[in-house]
Write a protein that binds this ligand. Structure first.
Ligand code: NPW
Ligand code: ADP
Ligand code: K
Length: 499
């Protein structure tokens, strides 16, 4: 699914109005109806509703929602925050219609702000996509009052005061909703870690905006949906054999961190690889052979770390259709030497994670040795070591895009809504996963998954989008079984289902 800019969203509304065609007031009615349907499916009439409206079209939505809920016999009190002398045309239309069936309270100064109580619902329709400057004055006071109230808060389209795709200034006053119900496609702000407080749980409701326009509008930001991912997955041929699905090599583990290697190996096998060889320090040989009997094991000559001096005669690197390196390997000088040699000799895109990334961050000449189109899977701290500290989520997205494009890597920046930046300058945000996955080893599982997909011949960008999505989906299944708190990394592997 595409993520459009505010400007493009405005043009999308306009295009829909002209080409469907539909009168603007009817499009607003559709938006209000979609919100109302969402609301009535979740909240019953026992909870009093206070709707706070601004003077633009977001306020117009709020007035229409007030009318629809009143007609459904919800207990509704409507407020208009009078921060300016002018109102939008569609606001005025809905104002007239609401006036016929209900009273409206005007908020011009702080004395007019009502006390919002527990069990009430506050609907925020003060400002939407038309936000053009930081909130101040009475708007700020109303937002503060809503934020300090014990009510459940629901933002219409976007939280008032939150810019949809640019950074807010420091100390901005922004609604902190429990839910955001949005009409357009997801907004970039909804996917950024530091803005979660201003989004809450977000839901997209379809108001029939022009699909033709969306299809031909260029963007560099995408939100991965299940439908798109289903197209990527390749079905298995009935006459296939283990040679059809590649031979992966994982270089993982060190003394005290063999678990990372086991997690990556098991996830690799659960993700369809034909054959798997795992290179581990000698101390990991029995551990791996016992816990992952499906894998072949290639012990390193060193007892505790990977040194690149194999204990047994090792096959040529070209034997392997994919190589994954990093989980649990540590940063010893011998391991650095091993990584340097590996990167110099590897000819195909690799999967590079964890301590392999940390070693590269400290030895920057290695960046040029990484095969083009390799997948790097840093978490934010690793990515910062690799690049620089950022000033906002949007600054971080810029650094991510430039780093991936300049070096021709696929960079998987992990977290909630993992961002995958590609060599062609696009960024894909993931839609699956949950906070139960914030636990040691879940990243190692991802490395195993991605290595398996590359081994099976998936293009690295497809592998990253598909693998990250399925990793998150397995995490969601695991959370259903165990609850988020009880989830641990191996549950994700056990919950993988590739159909
Ligand atoms: N278009 C459509 O067909 C559809 C639109 N829909 C709905 O419309 C919403 C967008 O509506 P909108 O463009 O009227 O913008 P909105 O945010 O309501 O207010 C703009 C006004 O606020 C003012 N203002 C700005 N910043 C301010 C501040 N900090 N403090 C105080 N004032 C501030 C700004 O002033 P100006 O910048 O012009 O000086 C202007 O007067 C969208 O989010 C969705 O909910 C849906 O119905 C679907 C169909
Ligand atoms: N709140 C969250 N929502 C969704 N996914 C999450 C969340 N927290 C963590 N994850 C996922 O869990 C994984 C954590 O990886 P990482 O930080 O490398 O862990 P480790 O190094 O312990 O293996 C990533 O894939 C990340 O996207
Ligand atoms: K709003």
């Amino acid at each position: 699914m595409k993520i459009l800019s505010v400007e493009q969203t405005r043009t999308l509304d306009q295009y829909t109005i002209e080409h469907e065609p539909i009168a603007p007031i009817n499009l607003m009615e559709r938006a209000a109806q979609a919100f109302t349907d969402w609301y009535t499916a979740r909240f019953d009439k026992s909870r009093p509703v206070r709707i706070f409206c601004g003077l633009g079209n977001n306020g117009g939505d709020g007035l229409a929602i007030a009318r629809l809920l009143t007609q459904l016999e919800y207990s509704v009190q409507t407020y208009v925050v009078r921060y300016a002398p002018r109102e939008s045309e569609d606001f005025m239309h809905n104002h007239r219609r609401l006036k016929l069936i209900s009273s409206i309270t005007y908020i011009e100064n702080e004395r007019d702000i009502p006390v919002i109580r527990n069990r009430e619902v506050a609907i925020d329709a003060i400002l939407g996509l038309g936000l053009s400057r930081t909130t101040e004055g009475i708007v700020q006071s109303v937002i503060d009052a809503i934020n300090h109230s014990p009510a459940t808060v629901i933002a219409v389209d976007i939280a008032s005061g939150l810019f949809a795709d640019t950074a807010n200034g420091p100390n901005s006053t922004i609604i902190q909703p429990d839910y955001t119900v949005t009409f357009h496609l997801p907004k970039l702000a909804f996917l950024q870690p530091t803005l979660g407080l201003y989004v809450g749980e977000w839901h997209w409701v379809d108001i029939g905006l022009s699909r033709a326009f969306i299809e031909r509008t260029p963007t560099t930001y995408f939100y991965t949906t299940e439908k798109e991912v289903r197209h990527l997955l390749r079905p298995r041929n009935r006459f296939s054999h283990k040679g059809s699905f590649g031979h992966a090599l994982l270089l993982v583990g060190s003394y005290g961190k063999m678990g990372a290697g086991v997690l990556a190996s098991r996830a690799c096998l659960r993700s369809g690889v034909g054959l798997l060889t795992v290179q581990v320090p000698r101390c990991g040989y029995e551990i791996l052979q016992t816990t992952v009997p499906e894998a072949m094991c290639q012990p390193d000559g060193h007892l505790h770390i990977l040194s690149g001096q194999p204990d047994l005669e090792a096959p040529e690197l070209s034997t392997y259709s994919a190589i994954g390196v990093g989980p649990g390997i540590g940063t010893a000088p011998e391991t650095l030497a091993m990584l340097r040699k590996l990167l110099s000799e590897a000819q195909k895109p690799m999967v590079i994670d964890a301590d392999a990334i940390n070693l590269i961050a400290k030895n920057r000449d290695l960046i040029d040795k990484i095969p083009k189109n390799s997948i790097l899977t840093p978490h934010p701290k690793e990515f910062e070591r690799l690049t620089r500290r950022w000033t906002s989520d949007y600054d971080k997205l810029g650094i991510l895009r430039d780093f991936a494009q300049r070096n021709r890597f696929v960079v998987v920046l992990k977290g909630a809504h993992t961002a995958i930046a590609t060599p062609d300058g696009t960024t894909h945000f993931n839609s699956t996963g949950n906070p139960g996955m914030s636990t040691g080893g879940t990243g190692d599982v991802l490395t195993g998954i991605l290595t398996a997909l590359i081994a099976q011949g998936y293009d690295p960008v497809e592998a990253a989008v598909l693998g990250v999505f399925e990793h998150g989906r397995a995490g969601d299944r695991a959370a259903q079984n165990r609850g988020q708190i009880g989830l641990m990394a191996s549950d994700i592997t056990d919950s993988l289902r590739w159909d």
